[in-house]
Every structure is written in C-alpha cells, then in structure tokens.
Design a protein around this ligand. Structure first.
Ligand SMILES: Nc1nc2c(ncn2[C@@H]2O[C@H](COP(=O)(O)OP(=O)(O)OP(=O)(O)O)[C@@H](O)[C@H]2O)c(=O)[nH]1
Length: 434
C-alpha cells in the first residue's frame, strides 16, 4: 500500500499550518515549502501523493508550478490542488490546463477537507475480492496479476476462455477482466455472452474488456453485449487500478445492500423458528392466489393444521423440545407441498396451506396421506399428530383469506371434536360440506 504523503506550498505561514493540520487529520504525512522552487526540490527528492499549492507563490505562477511538477518523474497521477483566495476564472482555467487536479477556495476549507478525506479513504481502503482474469500474453498476464494482488485481490488467471468459463461456475468472483481476442476456440466475446446469459447473481458480475483494437464500433458492440468497461492496450496500470477499484467497490456495495434487503425480508416474512412464511407473508401473498383463482376459474383450497395435545408435550418434555418439534415439522411440511402451494405458520402450533388447483375432496385425500406419513416421521423423536380442517373457495365476491380461513379453522375444530388426528372438510349445521 502506498504511503500517504503530501506537500503544502504557500508563502503564508498561517495557511501552511492550517492546510497541514487538515491533511494530517486525514492521515497524510505532510511536508511544507514556502515557495515554488523549494517545493520542486522536495518533490523531485520524494514522491508526494498530493500537493496543495497556493496560486500566488512568490517566485512562480501557480500554472507554471503545475506544469513543472507534472514534468517530474512520478507525478503523472499525483493530486495537485490549487488554493486560491480570488476566483479569477482565467487564472484558474490556466492552472487546470497546466495539470491541476482541482481548485479550492482558501476561505472555505470544508471542500478541501472533504476531498482529502475521501482521497485518503480510497487510498488506504483494503480491498478484498476475487478476479477472474483471461489474457493470452504471458508478459501482460504477469504484470496485471502483480497489480491486482498488490491491490489485495485474489486472481485466477487463464490463457483460454474455455478454462475460465469452466472455473467461473465454481468460483465466487467480484470482477471479470477478459481480453477479447484470445487463442483457442472461445473468444472473450463468447465468454461475456455466456456470463450475461446466467440468471443467477453471477450473471451481473462487472466485466472489464481489454483489447489492442481500439475500434469504436467494436467498443459499442461490447457495451451492448453487457461489458461494463473497456481498457485499451497497451494497458496503463494506474487507469486499470482505478477502474478495478471502482467496479469492485460498487459491486460489493450492491451485494451488501442486497444481503441486507434479504435479511430484512427474511425477518419480515419468515417465521424464525420454522423458516416457513409467517402470517404477515400469507396475508401479503394470498391476494394473488385468490385473484388467479377468480381469473382462471380455478379451485383453491385451504388446510389448517393444528398439532394435537402440544401443551402436554411442552409440559412433559420442555419448551425447547417443543420448539425443536415445530422447527422439524415445519421443514418436513415444506417438503410435502408443491412449488405453487403456500405454507405458513399461522400461530403457535397452527399451520396454514393454500392449495391452488385442488378442490376440497382432493385436499382431504392429500392431508390424509400426509397424516399417514407423519406417523413414520417423528420430529425430534416425538410421536405427534395433526388435526386438519379443509375448506374450498366458493367463488363468491366476498371470498378472501379471512373467509376461507374461518371455514377451514372451523373444520379443524370439527376434526378436534371428532377425536383429533383426522381430517375434516367443513360441514354446515345442516350437514352440507363446503
Ligand atoms: N414450544 C413451543 N410451544 C408453543 C409455541 N407456540 C405455542 N406453543 C404452545 O402450544 C400449546 C397449545 O396449546 P393448546 O392451544 O391448549 O392446544 P393443544 O395442547 O395442542 O391441544 P389441542 O389443540 O386441543 O389438541 C401451548 O402450550 C403453547 O404454549 C412455540 O413457539 N414453541
């Protein structure tokens, strides 16, 4: 990692001190000079990452100082900040043309503070990540591997796109850098196309293409294909370093944000004990089940499943054992429904299933089969049983989750009354099933 060094050049001792303290606070080691000549001597002896220079030096104009500094060996990419106390547009433009990076007002140092703090953060940030790198020139491969590992990155380097593609599916990468013209039967373009066709997250990975053909229509084609960036050969190390830095950090920020969103989603929608959807999620998604049933005139059934004598199990074996039973049962139930069905933990020991395309008699048969299997499956080594109530949507305008739940819940109660461990379809007092 580069050492953060800065040089302040100003004839006024007061401003030198002020600038020095701002830069020191941002993490720079600071040297000072009173005039341009002294600064140029110091600059050629050392290598400063940042030079903060007055536009009003006693011996040399600010723009000339910039020009002479840039001509020194190793100052191509240094940040040269011109400090001014008058906003003479012409003078400032001259300084920019002569190579100044930016211009700041001496009387408003807040902007300078923000700039140096951000630069220091960027320079000292420890990158970590994995790069898939494809380049068929051995010499260039070595140079770029050095650059990337120096940035803290792990690199998987390949000469052929075929090998890289084989490695891609097994690796958790943060960036792909690929040459476009490669030896072998697969080109860099085919590799990019294959990556972009992937549906999973890795299909969105940032890709930097490199090529010796600096041809505009080829570049445009590459961007259309989904390449994020392009670096022409011969590769400028510093340019590639900055581009890699930007792509890796923004990709990782997006990933982190997505992970946070997922964990918030999981907290909001999933029951933490069973990892099934919770009641809130059932309410959220039920609308879709009902509207599709109306639209396509499909049947929709609901089953309410309630553990029998669970209080006794808790009392006899403890609440932790009860929790274990619920967690294992939840997992087991999830594996016994189809992808389009929905299962949620409604409350303590009560679960709800929405079964689209399934009428009530079919749901009864399904639940009876499940009950049979449950006798063999002993969650947490406990023999348990379920009372199940089933009801079918009647396709009446007021049908919704609440009305269907009410019927299925009443059916579940009828199953309890009938001695538990059985399935009941809701029956009206007149004996009509619904
Ligand atoms: N371990 C555990 N127990 C729970 C949880 N949620 C609810 N319960 C317990 O589930 C039991 C439900 O008891 P009841 O409503 O009387 O029902 P039951 O004992 O299963 O009897 P029936 O439903 O009539 O067969 C209570 O003891 C609750 O404390 C939970 O998250 N973990």
């Amino acid at each position: 990692m580069q050492k953060l060094t800065a040089l302040v050049v100003d004839a006024a001792a007061g401003f030198r001190e002020q600038a020095k303290s701002i830069l020191t606070a941002a993490g720079f080691n600071v040297e000072v000079a009173e005039n341009g000549q002294q600064a140029l001597t110091l600059a050629s002896a050392g290598r400063f990452r940042l030079i903060c220079c007055s536009d009003d030096l006693p011996d040399i104009a600010g723009s000339d100082f910039c020009g002479q500094l840039r001509a020194l060996d190793g100052y191509d990419y240094a940040a040269v900040l011109i400090m001014t106390d008058n906003d003479n547009a012409r003078k400032l433009k001259q300084a920019l043309l002569a190579g100044a990076t930016d211009i700041f007002n001496k009387h408003d140092t807040q902007e300078l503070e923000i700039y140096v703090r951000r630069l220091a953060e960027r320079e000292t940030r420890h990158l970590s990540g994995r790069v898939l790198f494809i380049e068929d020139s051995r010499v260039l491969q070595t140079i770029i591997i050095d650059l990337l590992t120096d940035m803290g990155l792990d690199v998987d380097a390949y000469t052929f796109a075929e090998e890289a593609w084989a490695a891609f599916s097994g690796g958790d990468y943060d960036l792909v850098i690929t040459d476009i013209m490669l030896e072998g039967s697969m080109s860099g373009i085919t590799l990019v196309r294959k990556i972009r066709r992937l549906r999973e997250e890795s299909g969105n990975l940032p890709i930097i293409a490199t090529s010796g053909f600096d041809n505009m229509s080829r570049k445009i084609e590459l961007f259309q294909l989904g390449v994020n960036d392009f670096v022409s050969k011969p590769i400028n190390r510093e340019e590639l370093r900055q581009r890699v830095f930007n792509h890796i950090t923004s990709y990782q920020n997006v990933r982190e944000l997505r992970a946070q969103q997922n964990s918030l989603y999981s907290l909001a929608m999933l029951d933490q004990l069973t990892q099934l959807f919770n009641r809130h999620a059932l309410r959220e998604f039920a609308g879709k089940y009902f509207s599709e049933a109306y639209r396509f005139n499909r049947t929709l059934s609901m089953a309410v499943l309630d553990l029998d004598h669970f209080r006794d199990l808790n009392d006899k074996y403890g609440h932790d054992k009860g929790d274990q039973v619920l967690a294992e049962l939840g997992n087991w139930l999830k594996r016994h429904v189809r992808d389009e069905d929905m299962i949620a933990r409604w409350a303590g020991e009560e679960f709800v299933m929405l079964l689209p395309g399934c009428d009530a008699p079919a749901a009864v048969v399904l639940m009876q089969r499940m009950q049979k299997r449950l006798q063999r499956f002993k969650p947490a080594n406990m023999t348990i049983s379920l009372s199940v109530g089933v009801a079918e949507m009647r396709h009446e305008p007021q049908d919704n989750l609440n009305t269907l739940f009410e019927l299925a819940d009443r059916a579940m109660y009828q199953a309890k009354m009938a001695g538990r461990n059985c399935v009941r379809q809701y029956q009206t007092e007149e004996g009509e099933t619904l």
